[in-house]
Design a binder for this molecule. Structure first.
Ligand SMILES: [Zn+2]
Length: 226
């Protein structure tokens, strides 16, 4: 318990140091009036009839938790004058309620938003799940053979390793629609496992949400070589 607590404080301390070192090195465009040098699409995974993974202990679903993380990340990025385009801003899916193939409609709509966005990169937020309760840790996924997306994934995962004690050591390849639907560098971030009761409890706290989102932000800055 004490060890976990001290690990958490060390992680927060490291993150604060990282934030300060980057913020002071930022060009004035990031700290003055918005000129939106960079644009990021934030995609909160799932929605509507597709609730995604469900917390083993609390029953909290991915749909709502992904959205909470997406909004926190939006706040962080906008604080530093990065323009954010959200694929969804409420609990509904992106499909017509009369559609016979809601999942397909939903994904096509996300693709349309991404391809029209003119964004520099796409961050898709998810929570992981496993049939066993032991797997844990945040991990970033990218499309096989896509070196720019791999660079973004590695950059974010490196910060996770420094700030989140249970983070996986490296990003992984993933074959997902969001990663394949455009030429914009794109990653899926599995913030942690809702099937692990300890991690589920952590993922539901505001302090952990802030820690994950600031880590993603620093990873993005490093990727953009700012
Ligand atoms: Zn998901």
């Amino acid at each position: 318990m004490c060890l976990n607590l001290s690990k958490k404080y060390i992680a927060i301390f490291i993150l604060i140091i990282l934030i300060f070192s980057f913020v002071f090195a930022l060009p004035s465009s990031f700290t003055s009036t918005p000129n939106y040098t960079y644009k990021v699409v934030i995609d909160a995974g799932h929605g509507g009839v597709d609730g995604g993974a469900v917390g083993r202990k609390t029953g909290k679903d991915e749909n709502s938790l992904n959205l909470e993380y997406a909004f926190t990340l939006k706040q962080v990025l906008e604080r530093f004058n990065i323009k954010v385009i959200m694929t969804r801003t409420n609990l509904n899916g992106l499909y017509n309620s009369f559609s016979v193939n809601k999942k397909k409609d939903d994904m096509l709509k996300r693709k349309e938003i991404i391809t029209k966005s003119g964004a520099n990169l796409v961050i898709s937020i998810h929570m992981n799940s496993h049939s066993l309760s032991s797997p844990k840790g945040a991990q970033v996924f990218y499309k096989e053979g896509d070196l720019t997306s791999k660079g973004l994934a590695e950059s974010i995962q490196r910060i996770f390793v420094q700030t989140l004690p249970s983070a996986k050591p490296a990003p992984s390849i993933g074959d997902y629609y969001i990663l394949n639907c455009s030429d914009i560098p794109s990653v899926i971030i599995e913030c942690g496992y809702l099937s692990n009761p300890q991690e589920e409890a952590l993922l539901l706290t505001e302090s952990h949400r802030q820690l994950v989102c600031y880590s993603i932000f620093i990873g993005i800055l490093k990727y953009l070589s700012i």
